[in-house]
Design a protein around this ligand. Structure first.
Ligand SMILES: Cc1ncc(COP(=O)(O)O)c(C=O)c1O
Length: 452
């Protein structure tokens, strides 16, 4: 009875998969914040290097993964696919549960899958410094690691609540040689404005993005790197789903349901898009489920509209599910899921009816995470616990309906730096703080108006 399905390094995918090539309707273009016209590649050049802009706008189905990037990936990829038999037994479900485990990377999550290519392309273009934001600390650690490999200086704005909750994430970033600053910070105009309004501001991903973008836009030697949301980041993550497909074949199984958590949408897209693409090219239709936090429910409660990706309105406008760029979610523990928007491509798929979305509370997710840890040994990242909760709910549905379906979920990272959150949960101290309805209404009423 095989438990871990391991691919040979030689079978690691050689291309990223671009779902844009297979979509029945193209996604709405990003707009310039001043002119409200579609952005041209040159508009993005202050922030991103040319090869990444080309990937952002690419329409071809496959984009080759350069060999120096594959060489770094071989440090931990291919990542394992694991059959969660003990979890199946604990739930007494007839369903088969598989998970694709991304926590084996040096930073402990899927984030290096994009950090390594982003750092490499910037280094190739002669860039010496990168600025970025981090919510959970996972992306900041990943870019810090990638920067160390290719000799780039990395400056990370870490959302204040996460900076306070996870001092060891900061230590990890500094170990890799990066600088880590709590956001909002006095270093940028966006940070100073937020602090003036609220000196104890908990920060948000939208605000940290503003700070990092401002640093890149105002320094010629610095480019910006984003850990999710954008097309090229989602593209880089498709190595996950392509590997999973080969591994599910090794397991002689095919998923009926594919589940992943969604913050900005990158690990979800990484696992799910290769499966959605197969369906779009005439293959079997599966259920594809995005799981988000009930306290920051962009896909299930947000509006599908053009909005800014950041709080200070420095980024292009993208059409996405959004809670409004000024929305500050409550300070719950899955810091990587505290984002007001959702990747435009994930949002587009939701609008086309190709994917479903669910929202779960953090206490339910931690309960699922603790059950999972006690069965399978891995302590999941709080973000990833949302995918586990989604999988547990499906497995219990299969039990109630007497169906032996196959469930595949993405375990996007481990939670070894999140033990304070577990201590809170185990001590009964976690509250399911809801967002403020009035604040949501206000944030949504402030959405930019776009001429038809
Ligand atoms: C472990 C983990 N999973 C998921 C996420 C959510 O991001 P995304 O939706 O881009 O995968 C994060 C973000 O920081 C994360 O650290």
């Amino acid at each position: 009875m095989t438990t871990k399905f391991l691919l040979e390094e030689s079978r690691m995918p050689r291309h990223w998969y671009n779902i844009v090539a297979d979509l029945p309707v193209p996604p709405a273009p990003p707009l310039h914040p001043a002119t409200k016209q579609p952005v041209a590649p040159a508009d993005l050049e202050p922030l991103f290097t040319r090869s990444l802009i080309e990937q952002e706008m690419a329409t071809e189905r496959e984009i080759e993964i350069p060999e120096p990037i594959r060489e770094v990936f071989r440090l931990w990829r291919p990542a394992p696919l694991i059959r969660a038999r003990r979890l199946e037994q604990a739930l007494q479900t007839p369903a088969k549960i598989f998970f694709k485990y991304e926590g084996v990377s040096p930073a402990g999550s899927h984030k290096p899958n994009s950090a390594v290519p982003q750092a490499w392309y910037n280094a190739q273009a002669g860039i010496r410094k990168l600025s970025t934001e981090t919510g959970a600390g996972q992306w900041g650690s990943s870019l810090a690691f990638a920067g160390a490999l290719f000799g780039l200086e990395v400056k990370v704005f870490q959302v204040r609540v996460s900076y306070d909750q996870k001092p060891y994430r900061r230590a990890l970033m500094e170990t890799y040689g990066a600088t880590c600053i709590p956001s909002p910070s006095p270093e940028t105009a966006a940070g100073r404005a937020a602090l003036a309004e609220r000196p104890d501001h908990p920060g948000s991903l939208g605000l940290a993005i503003s700070e990092a973008v401002e640093v890149a836009a105002t320094n010629d030697d610095t480019k910006y790197a984003l850990g999710s949301v954008l097309n090229h980041v989602l593209l880089h993550q498709t190595i996950i789903g392509q590997e999973a497909m080969l591994q599910m074949e090794m397991a002689d199984a095919d998923p009926d349901v594919v589940i992943a958590c969604t913050g900005g949408g990158s690990n979800f897209a990484g696992l799910a898009f290769p499966y959605v693409g197969q369906t779009l090219r005439g293959g079997r239709r599966r259920r594809i489920v995005a799981v988000e936090p009930a306290a920051c429910p962009s896909l299930t409660r947000g509006k599908f509209a053009y909005d800014f990706g950041d709080t200070a309105h420095l980024t292009p406008l993208t059409k996405m599910h959004t809670l409004g760029s000024t929305f500050t979610p409550p300070g719950f523990h899955a810091g990587g899921l505290r984002y007001h928007g959702m990747a435009p491509l994930v949002s587009h798929l939701k609008e086309l009816g190709l994917i479903e979305a669910q929202a779960h509370t953090q206490n339910d997710c931690f309960a699922a995470a603790v059950l999972f840890a006690r069965c399978e040994g891995i302590v999941p990242a709080p973000e990833a616990s949302h995918a586990i909760q989604g999988a547990v709910a499906e497995a219990l549905r299969c039990k109630a309906e007497g169906k032996a379906e196959t469930i595949l979920f993405g375990l996007s990272g481990h939670g070894h730096f999140d033990m304070a959150a577990y201590t809170n949960y185990l001590g009964g101290k976690l509250v399911d703080a809801s967002y403020d309805e009035a604040e949501l209404a206000m944030a949504l009423s402030g959405l930019p108006s776009i001429p038809a």
